[in-house]
Design a protein. Structure first.
Length: 389
């Protein structure tokens, strides 16, 4: 069978990067945990040289509120490209990564948990999300990020890595442990993570390795676009805790937002879910601005996600409890800007490869990536290979 080879343009944006890695292979096939990506194609496997999957916000902010033993999690998406989709991803779907590690192995897994995810690129490429165990994650750009070197762990692009975590992990501890199984690839971000037990963590990739802050190492559960250590130094020491940039100590907008978020997190007093949701949106308003395109609040107790957009300020929500989460029923999809309010569960639509493909094509135009129809179809082929196990 003829091997499909696609060359994909490599572009880099400082904080809004969509990156592909040249001279790499992409795997499509059905097998157990890890699949050997051989150079031959007797099995009908398909390979692609790269994918533009990394997208980061400019000045995003996230935080955790401890609400009587569970977490209410707030997140702002700040950018100049408002388009996005909401997905309900079912459990029991067999999936594979796109690139092999140094041994030629490609990540392969079956989603253990269902999830709701928000994306700026398309299906299976999460910017933020929550799974049915209450694990929540969100993305914020971090210029200091340094990706791990290539090794035997199969790599996953940043948004695909997040979906892998939502698919497989039920706790903050499991996310940290999963670093030994898969390697994040082409990220410019760091992440705030929380779970249904009330644990929160910051996950960063500095000096080529995962760095995490949790427990006593996480005095304030908030994150912006500075390293967590610098943010805490500023919170504790003020100007004396600032890192010098070009020889000058500068209070960045990121640190100001972190201080505001931290102050509000520390001031929060639990008084029920309704109060916590309203409080979270108030905090998101305080740390937001003209570039804030989406504001999202996750309630890990009720499995609900609330959100609003700059173009449509009415708050809408859905609960994972409103859906059949088995893969015997299809995944669901919705444009984040649908003019709805209140409970939108019944307005979610059955996932359509055609609809996702149209969104992907428009995303490529938005990010000014030059790709042929053949290249786009190759991406679609891989996503369409995901099936109920």
């Amino acid at each position: 069978m003829k091997e499909l080879i696609v060359l994909i343009c490599v572009l880099s944006f400082a904080l809004l990067g969509i990156h592909a890695q040249p001279n790499s292979k992409l795997h499509q096939g059905v097998a157990v945990n890890f699949v050997q990506a051989d150079s031959g194609d007797e099995t009908g496997e398909h390979f692609v040289t790269g994918l533009p999957l990394r997208v980061s916000g400019r000045s995003c902010t996230s935080f955790c509120l401890e609400d009587n033993g569970h977490v209410v999690f707030g997140s702002n998406y700040d950018n100049d490209k408002p388009e996005g989709m909401v997905f309900i991803n079912k459990r029991g779907i067999s999936k594979s990564g796109f690139m092999p590690g140094t041994t030629g192995q490609v990540a392969r897994w079956t989603s253990k948990y269902a999830s709701v995810s928000f994306t700026v690129v398309g299906y299976q490429l999460a910017w933020a999300g929550m799974n049915e165990k209450g694990l929540v994650m969100s993305t914020m750009a971090l210029p200091e990020t340094q990706n791990p070197e290539a090794d035997e762990r199969p790599p996953l692009h940043s948004p695909h890595w997040m979906q892998y975590m939502l698919d497989n992990c039920g706790s903050v501890k499991e996310v940290i442990t999963a670093d030994s199984q898969v390697r994040i690839f082409e990220t410019v971000d760091h992440y705030l993570v929380a779970d249904g037990t009330g644990d929160c963590a910051v996950v960063e990739f500095l000096d080529g390795r995962m760095v995490f802050h949790t427990g006593q190492g996480l005095p304030v559960a908030a994150l912006t676009n500075s390293t967590y250590s610098e943010s805490i130094d500023f919170l504790k020491r003020g100007v004396a805790g600032l890192k010098k940039r070009d020889g000058i100590q500068t209070i960045t907008g990121s640190l100001r937002r972190f201080q505001t978020a931290a102050d509000r997190v520390k001031a929060f007093e639990p008084a029920g879910s309704e109060h916590a949701i309203k409080y979270a949106f108030d905090v998101l308003d305080k740390v937001g601005g003209e570039a804030t395109l989406w504001s999202i609040v996750f309630d890990t107790q009720d499995m609900r996600v609330y959100f609003r957009t700059q173009s449509h300020r009415a708050i809408r929500y859905l609960s994972l409890n409103d859906f059949d989460l088995s893969c015997q029923t299809p995944d669901m999809i919705m444009d984040i800007h649908e003019k709805l309010e209140g409970n939108i569960a019944e307005s979610m639509q059955v996932y359509s490869s055609d609809k996702n493909f149209e969104f992907l094509k428009k995303a490529i135009v938005r990010w000014d990536i030059q790709m042929s129809e053949e290249e786009l179809q190759a991406i679609r082929t891989i996503l369409d290979s995901y099936e109920c196990n």
